[in-house]
Design a protein around this ligand. Structure first.
Ligand code: ZN
Length: 275
């Protein structure tokens, strides 16, 4: 009964009028929104309404949760749900938002010695219903044109990864065949990165398979053409999983920028690690 009511409530939320004041927020803070076909924009609006109603947003260190904060984060998170059966990140309850990078306690027990230190982070995704984000990092990529770095997509991809119980770089897939295709495409690209081969994918993905899935999700939506060029098989399995083909939405300007020689595109300022 509960799931029936929940389903009906979600249908109502998706069908309700999308507040027009949210549109400029999406246009300025969610780069992919500008390229999204109309039909998918309508779907995205519906998903945003559900996420805003179901997830709790909490400001930390003095950050005030405004419509801009909620709509920007929900807008990015909703991109990962388009065209799919979705449970709307069922484990996720709360999004904690810091004004800027935050500090995590890290325990390092290499060998015989244990060291504890603090490390700055721009995002974290927990399996206890929490995502933590730096608001500065969440909006900065939209205005600085640092396409391909998107901490919100990154942390929500970790939530999808956890939906089948393990954060191992393999989300819930519909069939054995889909799992085999995923495994082949991912291990190929992951091993190439481990060998030091450069591509459009952020080298942070070499940390482990779950980070690899999170960073290729960023590339898939934000550097679609380049990912398709560098890793066609990987692009294809991601396209089957996410049920969209973002390379098709690329505006001519984006296509021209992505076609620039690689050396010119890799430069970026140092930044805080994601987790
Ligand atoms: Zn991560």
């Amino acid at each position: 009964m509960f799931s029936f009511l929940k389903k009906r409530r979600r249908e109502q939320l998706r069908a309700s009028a999308f507040p027009p004041e949210f549109i400029p927020i999406l246009q300025s803070n969610v780069p992919v929104y500008r390229r999204l076909p109309d039909e998918l924009r309508a779907q995205l609006h519906g998903h945003i309404q559900v996420l805003l109603a179901e997830k709790h947003f909490e400001g930390c260190n003095g950050l005030e949760i405004t419509d801009e904060v909620r709509v920007t984060i929900a807008g990015e998170a909703a991109l990962l749900l388009l065209n799919r059966e979705t449970k709307y990140y069922p484990e996720l309850l709360t999004v904690l938002v810091y004004p800027d990078v935050f500090y995590a306690d890290v325990e390092d027990n290499e060998g015989h010695s244990v060291s504890e230190y603090k490390e700055d982070r721009s995002g974290e995704s927990w399996d206890m219903g929490v995502i933590i984000l730096s608001w500065k990092d969440a909006v900065e990529h939209a205005s600085t044109g640092r396409a391909g770095y998107n901490v919100v997509l990154h942390e929500f991809a970790h939530q999808l990864d956890m939906e089948n119980g393990a954060m191992d770089g393999i989300p819930q897939l519909p069939s054995r065949a889909a799992r085999d295709a995923w495994h082949a495409a991912f291990s190929d690209a992951y091993e190439a990165m481990q060998r030091g081969q450069r591509s459009v994918v952020d080298e942070y993905g070499a940390e482990d398979p779950s980070e690899f899935f999170a960073v290729v999700t960023e590339s898939f939506f934000e550097r679609s053409l380049a990912l398709k060029r560098d890793h066609p098989m990987l692009y294809e399995v991601l396209s089957s999983y996410y049920c969209v083909d973002p390379a098709e939405w690329s505006a001519p300007a984006a296509a021209a920028r992505e076609a620039l020689p690689r050396a010119g595109r890799r430069a970026r300022r140092p930044r805080s690690p994601r987790a």
